[in-house]
Design a protein around this ligand. Structure first.
Ligand SMILES: Nc1ncnc2c1ncn2[C@@H]1O[C@H](COP(=O)(O)OP(=O)(O)OP(=O)(O)O)[C@@H](O)[C@H]1O
Ligand SMILES: [Mg+2]
Length: 326
């Protein structure tokens, strides 16, 4: 498979903060690649390095066959970037907003490209509607249309569906899959697990460190966790008790049940069988899910970094959208 993105050893510091550490990413053409991780873990910073808005301190690689450091203008020309806080002119219509972006980017065939973007994203029927009156789902669609005006080969979408309702998110993802099937490569950051499961491949980053990369199945298999579901009364109290048992590495409440995971299958099973028989809890073996694995990855890196002060707070004098002026 040819790669849309192939980078290695990318690092970025902001002052004394090392916010992206030796990032390696390989994303195939026509692939939807999900980028996950807690707040402040370095997703946006990584995306901005990939599209040429931020210069990495070190590292190398290619994006769409162009050198990340020397050919960032070529990369920008072929990449659509939807920023995390995308905004429009509320008092302009959908068409006028798209026309504004088309002028801003000095597109050669402005009218044709606006029409094509309206058509491609099913916006024609609402072309005259003011952007300020659109629902969250239609606003995301407009944002996608705006970053696709110049017909990019690669989309970098930074939390495109944050705050959008489930049905609009489903429509948005169907659109992404249509685009991917037409050969467009997509890197999309998200905090939603259902969206992670819709991606062909995933990466999980925490504290600037890439902790896992691959298909959902391979990431789950890589952690070698065994998981049991415990249900019964007073789960909060049970959680406090179960988490100290031999073999138990993680306990997480999922609705009215508890997921208990660990890597030592025999030890975990023996501990849980005994505890559940004693307290009349129901015990059921379940497949380990992506969320169990991400919580485990996060826990393992938090344990390693304990003692480091919380640098996830953005300094007020350092706007998140600042660039190197490239
Ligand atoms: N321009 C900047 N100047 C200084 N620090 C920054 C800048 N941009 C980001 N940071 C810091 O870098 C770290 C990573 O931020 P980044 O925005 O990449 O995280 P993120 O994973 O996208 O988080 P979120 O999920 O909240 O969007 C944070 O500690 C943030 O405060
Ligand atoms: Mg971000």
């Amino acid at each position: 498979m040819t790669l849309a993105i192939d980078v290695a050893g990318l690092n970025k510091h902001f002052g004394a903060r090392h916010v992206v550490k030796d990032l390696n990413l390989q994303i195939g053409r026509g692939e939807i690649f999900g980028f996950l991780g807690p707040n402040g873990s370095g997703k946006t910073t990584s995306i901005r390095m990939l599209c040429g808005l931020l210069t990495p301190d070190s590292g190398h690689g290619q994006c769409l066959g162009f050198d990340l450091l020397r050919e960032h203008r070529e990369i920008k020309r072929r990449t659509g970037y939807m920023t995390q806080k995308f905004s429009f002119w509320d008092d302009l219509s959908i068409r006028e907003n798209l026309d504004f972006f088309a002028r801003l980017y000095q597109l050669p065939q402005r009218r044709r490209q606006v029409d094509a973007a309206l058509e491609r994203l099913g916006l024609c029927s609402r072309a005259s509607q003011l952007a300020g009156t659109l629902s969250g789902g239609w606003k995301q669609r407009l944002a996608l249309a705006a970053c696709m005006l110049h017909e990019p080969e690669l989309l970098l979408l930074d939390e495109p569906t944050a705050g959008v309702d489930p049905s609009a998110r489903r429509d948005f993802w169907e659109e992404l899959h249509r685009l991917a099937a037409s050969g467009i490569s997509v890197l999309v950051s998200t905090h939603y697990m259902d969206e992670a499961e819709r991606c062909h491949k995933l990466a999980y980053i925490a504290w600037g460190q890439l902790l896992a990369q691959g298909s959902a199945a391979s990431i789950i298999a890589g952690q070698a966790l065994h998981t049991w579901q415990v249900s019964g009364a007073a789960l909060n109290r049970e959680m406090a008790r179960l988490q100290h048992l031999p073999g138990v590495e993680q306990t997480v409440i999922f609705g009215s049940a508890l997921h208990v995971s660990g890597r030592n299958e025999a030890l975990l099973s023996a501990s849980l069988q005994a505890a559940c028989a004693q307290d009349q809890l129901t015990l059921q073996r379940i497949p380990t899910g992506l969320e169990d694995v991400f919580i485990h990855l996060m826990q393992s890196i938090t344990d390693q970094t304990q003692g480091i002060t919380d640098w996830t707070q953005r300094a007020p004098d350092q706007p998140a959208e600042a660039t190197d002026g490239r």
